[in-house]
Design a protein around this ligand. Structure first.
Ligand code: CP
Length: 315
């Protein structure tokens, strides 16, 4: 047992062996989730609260399914209908829910660092389901397991992350994880959508898709995060698709057995051609969604184990 933390707040804090332990634990749930009877009782008696302050389909649904399949009592807070709307702060909201003795809180929040702040105020485990531009650790873990299951390994791969890097917590978490596991990362996109200090991120940077995709094993496409942009970062959607949208012509620069990934939600015809997104010869986008449930089950199993060990030790 190497992953001993109470919370999962980011990939940055994880060592290579901890990442591998989480992936190995999640692996068994991929098979369980394909059975008719999908449940286990590992979290029986525990209470999980999902607090999503930003919209979500995949992450919220998969955390809810993951908790229920493991036997937890799961409550989804509807933040739009909560007392946040009457002016209650994030911290007061967290303290209020904490008083109801949950064992696990899953949080998505538009501010970078908000989930860590909340974790410092509550007694239970906290999972970061995406905080601002900062991190989306379970997305990077599910991407990693998808790559490992498809490619048969998770090191010495050439991975291109393409599009709106500047506003993407998915890109940041994936960069951290894939670098820790010994892969070569390329960031491809317009200069306006590269973060400041991009040269220090441990990746090669390309503006040209044809050059950047040359001989890569994995292509990760990203959505333009318009909700995080204040101003115009790209000429037009049409021009963006022409230069940075993934189509089969650009993909032909990559290795023959390249896989195409996208964390979703996708904008077909903007960052990716719709037919290519559905082409099961390359696209593993639906596999990512499936494996997302298993990864969240694995993370929750390990956090519950860590808390019960601390409890037994009187920690
Ligand atoms: N990938 C991801 O976070 O998707 P949702 O916003 O639908 O949860």
């Amino acid at each position: 047992m190497v992953f001993c933390d109470r919370h999962l707040l980011g990939i940055e804090q994880l060592k290579q062996v901890e990442i591998l332990e989480i992936l190995d634990c999640a692996e068994k749930y991929v098979n369980l989730n394909r059975e008719t009877k999908k449940n286990s009782n590992i979290l029986s008696g525990l209470t999980q609260i999902n607090m999503f302050f930003e919209n979500s389909t995949r992450t919220q649904a998969s955390f809810e399914l993951a908790g229920k399949r493991l036997g937890a009592d799961v409550m989804n807070m509807t933040m739009q209908a909560s007392s946040i709307k009457k002016g209650e702060t994030l911290i007061d909201t967290a303290l209020t829910l904490n008083a109801m003795n949950p064992d696990l809180i899953v949080v998505r929040h538009p501010q970078s660092g908000a989930v860590k702040l909340l974790a410092e105020k509550v007694n239970c485990s906290v999972i970061n389901a995406g905080d601002g531009l900062h991190e989306h650790p379970t997305q990077a873990l599910l991407d990693a397991l998808t790559i490992r299951r498809t490619k048969g390994r998770l090191q010495s791969l050439s991975v291109a992350i393409c599009g709106d890097i500047a506003h993407s917590r998915v890109a940041r978490s994936n960069l951290l994880l894939l670098n820790k596991l010994g892969n070569r990362i390329r960031l491809i996109g317009p200069r306006t959508l590269m973060p400041s200090g991009v040269s220090e991120l441990g990746a090669e940077v390309f503006e040209d898709m044809y050059l950047g995709l040359n001989d890569v094993d994995v292509v990760m496409m990203l959505r333009l995060q318009n909700e995080r942009m204040d101003g115009s970062f790209v000429p037009s959607r049409r021009e963006y698709y022409h230069r940075w949208g993934l189509n089969s012509e650009k993909l032909s620069c990559a290795k023959k057995d390249v896989i195409v990934m996208h964390p979703g939600p996708m904008n077909r015809g903007v960052e990716i051609d719709g037919t290519l997104a559905d082409d099961i010869n390359h696209s593993v986008i639906q596999d990512q969604v499936e494996i997302g449930v298993a990864v969240r089950m694995g993370v929750m199993e390990l956090l519950a184990r860590n808390v019960s060990r601390q409890f037994l030790k009187g920690g």
